[in-house]
Every structure is written in structure tokens, then in C-alpha cells.
Design a protein around this ligand. Sequence first.
Ligand SMILES: N[C@H](CCC[C@H](N)C(=O)O)C(=O)O
Length: 272
Amino acid sequence: MQGCGNDYLYFDCFAQSVTDPAGLARRFSDRHFGVGSDGVILILPSEVADARMRIFNADGSEGKMCGNGVRCVGKYLYDSGRCKKTALRIETGSGIKTLQLEVAGGVARRATVGMGPPDLRPAAVPVLLQGERVVNAPVKIGGQRWQITCVSMGNPHCVVFVDCVDELDLTVLGPLFAGSGLFPEGINAEFVQPLGERAIKMRVYERGSGETLACGTGACAAAVAAIAAGRCRREEEIAVSLPGGQLQVRWGERECYLSGPAETVFCGQLEW
Ligand SMILES: N[C@H](CCC[C@H](N)C(=O)O)C(=O)O
């Protein structure tokens, strides 16, 4: 399944158990020697919600949350008949998320996710910075000066504003940020071009997966950073344009809301 091109291999673990999800992610995320994906997502029973989601990046590292992934989990639960309702609660590594599915033609097409509150406090994202400031904080990465804004969406994000995202070579820049030594727990790095008070354009270099076509938690982090920096308005729903499509983010009173599509690409059996 995929959400704005951020594609994962989903395993229904209500009636089967996956013993080595990290190894599975490393083996089958490869786009030539495997199935090809940004990682693996397990859909498991939960004691406290309709289901539990675990997400493993392509390098086998486990993430705490996946905004594009949780929409696809909701779609799977509805379409498969496991949870034939449009309001769902999904247990994740960063708490229970609420989902509101949009159904058409008998299947879920889109979802809006309550992503929880963004955290801009200095300690929210483990980062080796001088001083406390994490909004537009000056750093030197790859011999260049940058101003970073660190936002936790349950997973760590570093947002940088640039003039033109299309001109960036993330095959070089991404590993410079990831390998800068500034982020002890790794980092999801978002490069953001403001397009006005209600829109941004972004690309992302994800922890554990490299450049992906979209990142749901990253879109929230980018919109929150743009609002915190006064580049976008909090009263507005922010249109976030990514290489894989468009997401909508609203930073509400209590939490961020992420809206976007969810699509099944194919179903199959994997012998490993
Ligand atoms: N790479 C992320 C997990 C996937 C997040 C992203 N794909 C999303 O849609 O939020 C991390 O290690 O924190």
C-alpha cells in the first residue's frame, strides 16, 4: 500500500506472526532484489485500540510513527472487513492515533489522522545544539551554514527552509544531515520551500529509508515549523506539496491533523 508514493509492505498479523520484521524490511524493501518499498508495517491486534501499528524503515530500524502508513492501516482494516467502521483508533509507538476514513465505492480512499501535538521544546528532538533555541537554530552541516527547526511528531524531525527544493541534490545533502553527528537518534530531514501563507513545497530524507516521495509526520513537522517561523498562518489548513502528491495539515488547538490518500497497490503471499 502507498500514501502519496510512500510505500510499505503491510503484514496482517491478526492471524500470523512475523518473527523478524527488521530482517524482512532489509531484505524485501530493496527495489531490485526484493519487492521494493520504503519499509515494512505490521498490523497487529491491540488491547487498547482497534489495531496496533509497528513500522520498520528500509534499513530495519523501527520508527515510532508513520503518518502515511497509519492511513493505509485504517484503509486495510476497513476494506478487509476486520473493522467495518470509518472512525478508528490505532495504537502506535507514539500513542493512540484517531482516524476518520473517507469511503467511496465501498473502500476507504482517504483518511484524516489526529497526529497528536507537535513538540517544539528543546529536548523533544535529541540534537547536539549550543543553547536552547531549536527554531531557526544556526548549525554548520557539510561546510554550509543552515538554520534548523527541530520538531517531534513522536519521531524526530529537522526542518530547513530553502529557496527552491527542486534544485537540491538529496543524494548528497541527505546523508550529510543524517551523518552530521548532530542527531544521536538519527533524524528525518525536511527541506521546505514556503509558497505563501497556506502552502509549502517539500522534499524529505527519512531516517532509515533515504529520500521518500512523501512523509506524513514530516509534512506535519514542516507545516508546524513554517507556522512557528511566521511563514504560514496557524488559522489555515496548510497544503503540503511533495514529490509523491499532496497532503493537508492543520495545526489545531490540541493536535495536528493530517489528511491524505491511501491506496492498495497489490496483495500477495511472501515465502521467506
Ligand atoms: N522514517 C521515520 C518513520 C516513517 C515516517 C514517515 N514515512 C511518515 O509517513 O511519517 C522514522 O524513522 O522516524
